[in-house]
Design a protein. Structure first.
Length: 702
């Protein structure tokens, strides 16, 4: 997936707390981190450190805000905007560690802290965004901004903060503000509930235990071994266990010859949160959607999608609808052809059944073998995790001159994590990169990029970022390294693209440095995926883990050709989820809905075929109900237009490592990405607006 570069800004991230303040002098969050590069001292951070640190950090932030408000001098850039921009640093520091670890290494104690924090942080956020005295000072600067002799970046920061306040209700009446506070607090708790239910439904409430060896027919040995190890961990003797995390489920769907069992596991997957048990998410979805309409209307927007998209490159939900439907109309006929092709195989094999959603991966794999002659098992030996990692480091080195040095002296939050120091071509320190590869029960699913410290500016000096990539890749077994699927390979390049964005970011102001709209965020990541599949790049990194031989030309050709494989399905299941997301957030009245019926209507409206489910059904659509992608799941494909067009620039130049283009891309689209509107920055790199043609061509949809 995707994922998320967590860009925290004062205006969007803070929430608050009310427990008793127990201040520990040894609390590691309070002093300068005594570690190499001042990375978080994970070895000294005990779960009991968080609550006192949060309470102290919130108090400190309040004091800083109060100092701005109480300032008797005329509001100006320094005493108001800059002071506000630089406030809350302790809170950011604690939040980054806590919220990142709550995703990657959680337990009941962490979850209970998150629950206690939720209303407190929400209140703190509101205390700031609804602080009238603070807003009136920001407004005073905003109104005189043109006469203040500010440079372009200072002007942008002033305008951004003014708009943030406006969007968060600063112009509302006292009654309306109170209502907004309540809505925000409830919404924040509902998201937590959604996420916890989903985690339980994924990791606890379902497992497919195979007792009869015959039921493993068709599965590759590595998958069987993995399932045996899982069984062992669960103290089940002579059995094999499969779960609902994708690395466990997808190979089962692709290869297992037992159709009834494939149905069983896929049902387990797509019924998550919809089982009528204590983890059912239907009422949570209903409530979230309803409250979001109320919130949008309170803020003067006709619906939640209009509120969100107003801040994006796309500007209106109508623009997004039109954009998505254009792609939908190109993709749906391709998916229908794929169904016909697979049905032929079923008929040929005397199957006597109609293709169902749980059959898709199995028959797609047969089509792949027959038509594209590419099977994952043939590929996998060339994509050991360490080779793929070294390959993506090599590409970054060739493009940008940066290098990566493994560190073994940095504290870790889990022994599976690897750390690297990233240096400029001239040896200057650029930042730190954490890599956390494998699934575990304490970690949520998916792959994402985040940071423990953003690039910044303090006392005239650059603050180096500490980036982190989190994945859920197949674990190594006793006698085999972690071998990645092609999808996992591109995922790693993708998340690494986000990390490069974070590492290269420049800018003096927290509000704008590296901060881009949601439909731009995926440009740096998605463009990076392109290099993973370039023949010259593959030859350099895709080497057999046993023999060290580079991937044969025959397989490279197959990978290239396979880029068009299953694109109808891929695009349709993604677009279906995007359109479902938009439908929920284009509701203009806070009506009572039944998510199951709502979802069915939404899919019927666009003519989704019964053989495909949306990539995420409502009750496990974490991006929009427990993540930052509400009315924004479309952004991946919006950015795909940008990335296909941008990579095309390298291709057209005849040199995929074109240093001049790379340096322009680094400067305008990564380092200075927050300096101006996304389209403006993009045009500085490309010299023109992006065209949709490269994307359609790339996906075989045209
Ligand atoms: Zn991403």
């Amino acid at each position: 997936m995707r994922q998320i570069l967590v860009l925290l800004t004062v205006s969007t991230m803070f929430f608050l707390n009310s427990c008793k303040l127990v201040k520990k002098p040894e609390n590691p969050f309070f002093g300068v981190y005594q570690t190499p590069f001042q990375v978080p001292p994970f070895d000294k951070i005990d779960t009991s450190c968080y609550m006192p640190a949060f309470l102290e950090a919130i108090k400190k932030h309040n004091t800083e805000i109060e100092a701005i408000v109480q300032n008797t001098r005329t509001p100006d850039f320094e005493n108001t905007i800059l002071a506000f921009d630089q406030s809350g640093k302790l809170l950011t520091r604690v939040s980054k560690v806590f919220y990142n670890l709550n995703e990657t290494n959680t337990d009941a104690h962490m979850q209970s802290i998150a629950r206690r924090l939720s209303p407190l942080m929400s209140k703190h956020n509101d205390d700031i965004s609804l602080n009238e005295k603070l807003f009136s000072r920001i407004k005073a600067v905003y109104e005189k901004r043109k006469e203040m002799n500010l440079d372009s970046q200072q002007l942008r920061v002033v305008e951004k903060y003014y708009r943030d306040f406006e969007r968060q209700g600063a112009n509302l009446s006292p009654d309306q503000k109170e209502k907004l506070r309540k809505l925000n607090a409830e919404l924040s708790l509902l998201s937590l509930t959604f996420g916890e239910n989903l985690l339980a439904e994924t990791n606890e409430n379902f497992s497919l235990v195979i007792e009869n060896k015959k039921d493993l027919d068709g599965l590759p040995q590595s998958v069987i071994d993995g399932a045996a190890e899982t069984a062992k961990e669960k103290k089940l003797k002579d059995k094999w266990v499969f779960g609902l995390s994708k690395p466990s489920m997808i190979p089962f769907l692709q290869y297992d010859g037992n159709r009834a069992l494939r149905e069983k596991i896929y049902r387990g997957y797509f019924m998550r949160g919809d089982n009528g048990n204590k983890n059912d998410n239907n009422s949570t979805v209903h409530r979230i959607v309803k409250l979001r309409v109320e919130k949008a209307k309170l803020l003067g927007f006709k619906n939640y999608a209009a509120y969100i998209i107003d801040d994006n490159m796309a500007k209106t939900p109508e623009n997004v609808d039109a954009f998505l439907m254009k792609l939908w109309n190109s993709a749906l006929p391709v998916a229908k052809k794929e169904v016909i092709e697979m049905q032929k195989i079923i008929d040929r094999e005397g199957g006597k059944f109609k293709l169902q959603p749980w059959d898709w991966w199995y028959y797609a794999e047969i089509v792949r073998k027959e038509k594209f002659d590419l099977n994952e098992n043939e590929l996998k030996p060339y994509f050991s995790l360490s080779n793929v990692r070294d390959g993506m480091f090599m590409v970054a080195n060739k493009l940008y001159g940066i290098s990566f040095t493994k560190r073994t002296d940095l504290p870790l939050y889990h022994p599976d994590v690897e750390t690297y120091e990233v240096k400029e071509a001239n040896g200057d320190h650029l930042g730190i990169l954490y890599l956390d590869y494998y699934p575990r029960d304490s970690k949520r699913g998916g792959a994402w990029c985040t940071d423990f410290r953003s690039a910044g500016w303090e006392n005239g000096k650059r603050i180096a970022p500490v980036m982190s990539l989190v994945c859920n890749f197949t674990k190594p077994t006793t006698d085999m390294p972690s071998l990645l699927s092609w999808d996992e390979t591109t995922t790693l390049f993708h998340e690494f693209g986000h990390a490069l964005h974070g590492l290269f970011t420049e800018g003096k102001y927290i509000r704008t440095a590296g901060v881009v709209p949601q439909d731009y965020v995926e440009l740096p990541s998605q463009i990076n995926e392109n290099w993973a599949g370039e023949p010259a790049v593959l030859k350099a990194y895709a080497k057999n883990y046993k023999t060290g031989e580079p991937i044969p030309d025959k397989l490279v050709e197959k990978i290239l050709k396979s880029g068009l494989f299953n694109q109808g399905f891929e695009t349709v299941e993604y677009l279906a989820a995007s359109l479902l997301d938009l439908d929920y957030h284009e509701m203009t009245e806070p009506e009572d809905i039944n998510p199951e019926i709502f979802e069915k209507n939404a899919m019927d409206k666009i003519g989704l075929i019964p053989e495909i489910l949306p990539r995420y059904r409502s009750t496990y659509f974490a991006h929009i109900f427990d993540g930052g992608y509400a009315a924004g799941y479309y952004v991946y494909i919006w950015a795909a237009v940008l990335d296909a067009d941008a990579f095309n620039a390298f291709k057209e130049s005849g040199d995929i490592y074109n240093k001049e283009l790379a340096s322009k891309f680094r400067k305008y689209c990564l380092a200075e990405s927050g300096n101006d509107e996304g389209m403006v920055q993009y045009k500085k790199f490309r010299g023109q607006e992006p065209s949709v043609e490269p994307l359609l061509k790339h996906r075989g949809l045209k």
